[in-house]
Design a protein around this ligand. Structure first.
Ligand SMILES: [Zn+2]
Length: 140
């Protein structure tokens, strides 16, 4: 699990490289914020989580068939359930603090969807300025 939730997963690197190229500046894995968001953009009062579809249980709208590493659901299900609860709690706490919370799912960064996803992400970050904190789920 550490390998997947780790700090430099490939989808996250894609996003970091893109946003940096667009001139955004961010902090990484800020432990002072709920859930240690993957990217924190203070200027835009925005945090970005990059979620692996399996570990964070993307669910029905997921474009990836991502199964567990071993088919032992009795073992994985409670862990995944806790991940989901932890995600939700962190997002709620961040929103309560006035942060815009953006989620990017692994499957939204596949070869065919990547360009559109990154474009929407940068647009959503910019749009955050002057708006009340709201959830902007890119998968919606
Ligand atoms: Zn997905």
């Amino acid at each position: 699990m550490a390998a997947v939730r780790g700090k430099d997963t490939k989808p996250e690197m894609l996003i970091r490289r893109y946003l940096h190229g667009q001139g955004f500046r961010y902090r990484l894995h800020d432990k002072s914020l709920p859930g240690s968001p993957d990217l924190v953009l203070p200027k835009y009062k925005t945090v970005v989580f990059v979620h692996g579809c399996f570990w964070h249980q993307h669910g029905k709208s997921c474009g990836v068939k991502s199964g567990p590493p071993s088919i032992n659901l009795a073992f994985w299900e409670p862990k995944l359930q806790r991940n989901t609860e932890r995600d939700q709690a962190a997002q709620n706490a961040l929103k309560a603090q006035g942060w815009q919370v953006l989620l990017v799912w692994e499957c939204e960064l596949n070869r065919t969807r990547r360009g559109a996803t990154l474009h929407r992400l940068s647009g959503a970050i910019i749009d955050a300025v002057g708006l009340d904190a709201m959830e902007f789920n890119l998968a919606a």
